[in-house]
Design a protein around this ligand. Structure first.
Ligand code: PLP
Length: 407
């Protein structure tokens, strides 16, 4: 008898994140993640206590100053003004408060943006490897995911692939910079060329193609490299941001969408975003986080420390024989897996208490992802395990794995 799911609609959504779900629920990491002596490099979660200023900011903000302190909040005028000022300084675009929609993290921003500017059946293009949860949001909105590869050597956008993927139904192109998991920051030349390509295609189609710029890591940039937002190059850009990365508090949901003042249909897009936020379950950040925002804006994880962790690991891994490039931003490293089967190599590392994310889960088989949010002690503890594992991998092929053991 065919095993039909009781809830086919959500079952179909589950299929879009099957490998991630299996990794999270049924893998050596899922079974051992709370053991005290492991080194956990899987996800961008904190492995140290929160920034002291963070807790102070929330404590101050929790004390009500008027009867409306905990009333329904949407995109509060004060929050929008704080974000606009921050963006003027960080990305150099003259945003005003009315250009900002406050959202439940970057996730809420992406979900609201996708719903706001599309009709069912529209196509959404994005590059592989992607953030692994684009697809579930695209499918949930009745849209069609269209995947193209990044340039495999430079990790830059592949213009020929994007141009070939555009059809009259293309409505959105998602670009993630700085890019998870490659750490690539797209340079101005790339963004200029992309803007020209999208302008041409929109004109040809007689319908705007929106660029959804997913940039939650735009403040996590390492020495010497400058971040450029696609919003400065293409007016039909929706800039999606999350505070969860720079504050390393992903369980606290606050972020925003920003529309450049040059966007032609800005007021209608903003109105559509607001309706999408309401219809999808009130995707506005909680009152407390909005009250604390002026203080939160001034805080950041220690980026030079993160850069030192990147350098420590890149040097050590290369000495061991790993093939790993130097990311320009984000908090990820993406070494090549010594075995083509990245799941098998991930399990080998797990034998030494070292947990990383198999590349297959993020649609980049043959690699694995390391999150540098692991603390210094974990890094030092893990290095001998990385060394033994690559030594073993070079000597022998992976044992054949059963389906149940995969990720
Ligand atoms: N986009 C990218 C590329 C990400 O890596 C993440 C989180 O990992 C998000 C969006 C979502 O961010 P948040 O969970 O803070 O909303």
């Amino acid at each position: 008898m065919v095993n039909r799911p009781l809830f086919p609609r959500t079952a179909a959504l589950g299929n879009t994140m099957r490998l991630l779900g299996t990794f999270m629920n049924d893998s050596p990491w899922a079974r051992r993640r709370f053991e005290p002596d492991i080194a956990d490099f899987t996800f961008g979660n904190p492995h140290e206590m929160a920034l002291p200023g963070y807790v102070d900011a929330l404590q101050r903000a929790v004390v009500p100053r008027d009867k409306d302190w905990f009333a329904y909040k949407d995109s509060e005028p004060e929050s929008r003004a704080i974000v606009a000022a921050s963006l003027r300084a960080w990305v150099g675009i003259p945003f005003e408060a009315e250009d900002i929609a406050m959202t439940t993290g970057g996730f809420g921003a992406l979900a609201a943006a996708l719903k706001a500017v599309t009709e069912p059946g529209d196509e959404v293009i994005y590059s592989l490897p992607p953030w692994f949860l684009y697809e579930i949001m695209i499918v949930d909105n009745g849209l069609v995911p269209v995947k193209v590869r990044l340039n495999p050597v430079s990790f830059d956008l592949d213009f020929d692939a994007i141009a070939a993927a555009i059809t009259p139904r293309t409505r959105v192109l998602i670009v993630n910079t700085p890019h998870n998991p490659t750490g690539k920051i797209y340079p101005p030349e790339t963004l200029t060329r992309l803007a020209a390509l999208l302008d041409d295609a929109s004109r040809r189609n007689g319908r705007t193609i929106y660029l959804l710029s997913d940039e939650p890591y735009n403040r996590i940039v390492f020495g010497g490299v400058r971040f450029h937002s696609p919003a400065a190059f293409y007016p039909n850009t929706l800039l999606a941001y999350s505070y969860g990365k720079v504050l390393l508090t992903p369980g606290q949901r606050i972020g925003y969408l920003a529309l450049p003042p040059t966007m032609p249909d800005r007021d209608q897009v903003m109105q559509s975003i607001r309706l999408a936020q309401i219809a999808n379950g009130y995707l506005f950040p909680n009152a407390l986080l909005q009250h604390a925002l002026a203080d939160l804006e001034t805080l950041s994880i220690d980026i030079p420390h993160l850069e030192r962790k990147r350098d420590r690991m890149v040097v050590a891994l290369r000495e061991m024989g790993y093939n790993v490039h130097v990311p320009e931003g984000t908090f990820y490293l993406l070494p090549r897996s010594p075995w083509e089967d990245d799941g098998a190599f991930t399990e080998l590392l797990a034998e030494y208490g070292v947990f990383v994310l198999p590349g297959s889960v993020a649609e980049i088989p043959g690699y694995f992802r390391i999150s540098l949010t692991a603390n210094d002690a974990m890094i030092e503890r893990a290095l001998p395990g990385f060394a033994v594992a690559i030594g073993r991998a070079k000597k022998s092929a992976p044992a054949t794995r059963t389906a149940a053991s995969i990720r």
